[in-house]
Design a binder for this molecule. Sequence first.
Ligand code: SF4
Length: 382
Amino acid sequence: MNSTSETAWIVERATTLGFDLCGVVRAENFPELELTTEWLARGYAGEMKYLSDERRASPQSVMTGLGSAIVCALNYNFSEPRSIDALQLEGTEPRGWISRYAWGQDYHEVLQQKLRSLASCLPERFAEPHEARIYADTGPVHERVFAKHAGLGWLGKNTLLLNAKLGSWFFLGVILTTLDIPPTLGPAESPPPDLCGSCTKCIDACPTGALVEPYVMDARLCISYLTIELRGSIPEALREPMDRHVFGCDICQDVCPWNRRSPITEAKEFQPRVFPRLAEGPSPELAAPATAGADEESLFLPRLEWLAALNEEQFRAMFSGSPVKRTKWRGLVRNACIALGNSAPALDSRRYESICTLLTRLSSSSEPAIAESAQWALSRIQ
Ligand code: SF4
C-alpha cells in the first residue's frame, strides 16, 4: 500500500469519524463502468432509470476538474441472526424480514454527515483551493467500483464489494474532490484479488435466480428490487419465492463465507428500531433502538399483521428517517400482504381469523397493488 503522509492522514481522520475502511483513488473510467452499459442494454436495471445516467460511466463528467475520490466504508452488522436462520424460528405470529441495513436510521443521513465532516477537514491538510462533493448512494457514482480501485475489497459473485475482514455488511460513501491526492494503491499495486474462488453459495441460495451468472445480477428478479424499487404489482411467479421478505433481502450475504466472522458494528444508529405496541399506532418520538419486548414492535423480524395494518399516516410517522420509507406505504403493505400469503403453514389459529379479516379489508383497497396482493394472499391461506 502507498503510505504517503496525505493518504495516511485522511485514513486516520476517517477512522476517527467512525469509518471502518477508507481508501483514496484517482478518479478514472474504470473498466467495470463500461460493463454497466451492456448490463443496462440487457434490461437488467428494470425500472431503475437513474442507473442509466451516462455520468455513471464517466466520473470526469460528474465534476469539473475531478482529481481523486476518497472512499469510506461503515459497518452496519449486528449480532441478530441471519435471515435464513431467523425466518425458520417458530413463533406464535407470522413475521417478515427487513434487510439488515434498514433496521435503524437512514444510512444516507449517517454517511453524509460523516463524509461532510471528513470533507470539511481537508483544508487543514491541503492548502490549495479545491472543491469536494459527497455521495452516499445519492448521485451518479458507482461507489463499489471506486471502492475496489481504492483497495477496499473485490467485487464478489453476488455483485457486492467483499472485504476479507469485514465481509460485505457495510455502507459505502465517496468524496469526489478536485484535489490530486496520492492513491492508496501504489503504481505497481493492483486492487485486492478476487477471493470468491470456486464458491457459488450466493448463486445457489438466491430464491429467484437473480444472480444469472457469477458477478451478474438481473435486478428485475432480485427481491430487493421487487420489494423496494418496483411500483405496482409484483409478478405472480416471483411472489412465492419472495417468501416473507417485506423490505430487501440478505440471503446472498447471509450465505457468503466471508460474512461468517464479520465484526459487529459500534454504530448504534443502525440498531433495530422498536416501537411501543399501541392500538392507535406508534409514536415516532418514542422509537428507540433497543431489543423489542412483548409489548413492542421491532423492525427485526416485524409482525406481518402489524405492517399490513398500518395506515399511510402511521407509516409516514414510523419510517421518518428510516430507509424503509423508500418503498412507500403502498409498497410495504403490498409486500406484507404477499408475505402473509406465504405464511400459511406457520399461521397460528388465534391470529388466523384477524389476518383473514385484515386481508379481506385490504382486498378492496383503492390501491390496486395492495388489493391484488391481498386477494392473492387470501387465495393462498383460505
Ligand atoms: Fe437473490 Fe436475495 Fe441476493 Fe437479490 S438479495 S440476488 S434475491 S439472494
